[in-house]
Design a protein around this ligand. Structure first.
Ligand SMILES: Cc1ncc(COP(=O)(O)O)c(C=O)c1O
Length: 388
């Protein structure tokens, strides 16, 4: 599909949980400035362009740390995606014989690295979520107490149901038994206030191009000072080059081998600034839109996955259409109304099993920074026309 054709077809974009689109103009401006004004490689040159790059990277890290409640910006590493962050926190830390307790709503960014670790001798104990996608902390506590546990792993919010997990409680449960808490924050950041320090997690992986409003290829991984996972990628770090033949212990260099993605970092920082300026009113507005969408879908007799209306969720609402043909509904919404949404298993087969939707998959509608009531109403009207 040419760029022109794509523009003509997509009238309404409801796939923000996959990636933000359109990118906010101010984020694109900031990224363009980084490409055009900070040409050098940070930490790898004493000339002005490289120094400006280094400064932009440090400022972006500080802005993002403050936005996310991270006390020491050095504990926040730039990574290429939430997937890369999840791989690092899991494969860098877990060793054969370690036992992990994990919720059943996880994305493949977590389940697949865990699958590899299981083959290497890590023991994985899955705690099933209830039908609304919620992982009961009491069930996690029972699982953690039943055998020595190295880590509790859980997402902050579900990309299938929008369910928000009780991450702070899970971190307390993990720590009470001497385990660490590792979290996938891909769907939470930008949609709920995330204070990593207050949550008390030991690792938190973030996608740059979803709710944080940055560009693809960017992400963040918070690692608390209490853990020291092995880096998965080794190479140049600019500074500390002569001191070590292995990756240096210093953060963030330990986890940032290779030339830095300055435009990606600058984009995330600009996204964070924009979210701060939008303020809590924006969350309230999006929550109201999400509820309108949810209730409208129920009126159309769709089976809506996840919590009841009125229970807080991130702006993700998935349905199993009557007859169960999710792909057909998504295809027809695009064809007849130019509505972009995502059908299938959403890289989360475990989660579909928990929601009894593994046989059909679902159609997911996810709202973002530019969503408005007219989008929701047009979607409901299009579904009514297709299914009525
Ligand atoms: C819950 C969850 N975790 C991880 C990811 C992966 O994010 P990224 O695209 O940044 O690798 C996604 C993306 O869909 C997700 O929804």
């Amino acid at each position: 599909v040419s760029e022109r054709a794509g523009r003509q077809r997509t009238q309404i974009y409801l796939d923000h949980a996959a990636t933000t689109w359109p990118r906010p103009p101010r984020v694109l401006d900031a990224v363009t400035r980084a490409f055009t004004e900070f040409g050098g490689s940070p930490g790898r040159g004493a000339y002005e362009l490289a120094i400006r790059s280094g400064r932009a990277l440090a400022e972006s890290r500080a802005t993002l740390a403050s936005f996310l409640g991270v006390a020491d910006p050095h504990d926040l590493a730039f990574v290429s995606s939430c997937t890369a962050g999840c791989n690092l926190m899991l494969k860098g830390l877990l060793r054969p014989g370690d036992r992990v307790v994990v919720g059943s709503m996880e994305h493949n960014a977590v389940t697949r690295p865990l699958g590899t670790l299981v083959a290497a001798g890590v023991i994985v104990d899955i705690v099933s979520a209830d039908e609304t996608g919620f992982v009961d902390p009491d069930a996690v506590e029972r699982a953690v107490r039943s055998a020595p546990t190295r880590a509790v792993v859980c997402q902050h919010a579900s990309n299938l149901t929008g369910t928000i997990q009780a991450l702070g409680d899970l971190a307390d449960i993990a720590h009470a038994s001497g385990a660490v808490m590792l979290a996938d924050g891909a769907q939470a950041v930008g949609h709920v206030a995330v204070d990593i320090g207050a949550l008390g997690v030991d690792a938190y992986a973030i996608s740059g191009h979803k709710g944080l409003l940055g560009v693809p290829g960017s992400g963040l991984l918070y690692l608390s000072p209490a853990i020291d996972p092995d880096p998965l990628v080794e190479g140049g770090t600019g500074v500390h080059a002569a001191d070590h033949d292995r990756m240096p212990p210093e953060r963030p260099e330990r986890y940032e081998a290779g030339s830095a993605d300055v435009p990606g970092a600058v984009g995330m920082a600009e996204g964070a600034r924009m979210l701060v300026e939008l303020g809590p009113e924006h969350h309230i507005l999006t929550a109201a839109l999400t509820r309108r969408l949810h209730e409208g879908l129920l009126e159309l007799e769709m089976r809506v996955l996840g919590p009841e209306p009125g229970v807080e969720r991130v702006p993700v609402v998935s349905v199993v259409p009557p007859g169960g043909d999710a792909d057909r509904l998504a295809f027809e919404l695009d064809r007849t109304a130019g509505i972009a949404c995502r059908s299938g298993l959403h890289c989360a087969p475990w989660a579909h099993r928990s929601c009894s939707s593994e046989g059909t998959g679902a159609v997911r509608f996810s709202l973002g920074w530019d969503s408005e009531q007219a989008h929701v109403d047009a979607l409901l009207e299009a579904i009514r026309a297709l299914t009525g």
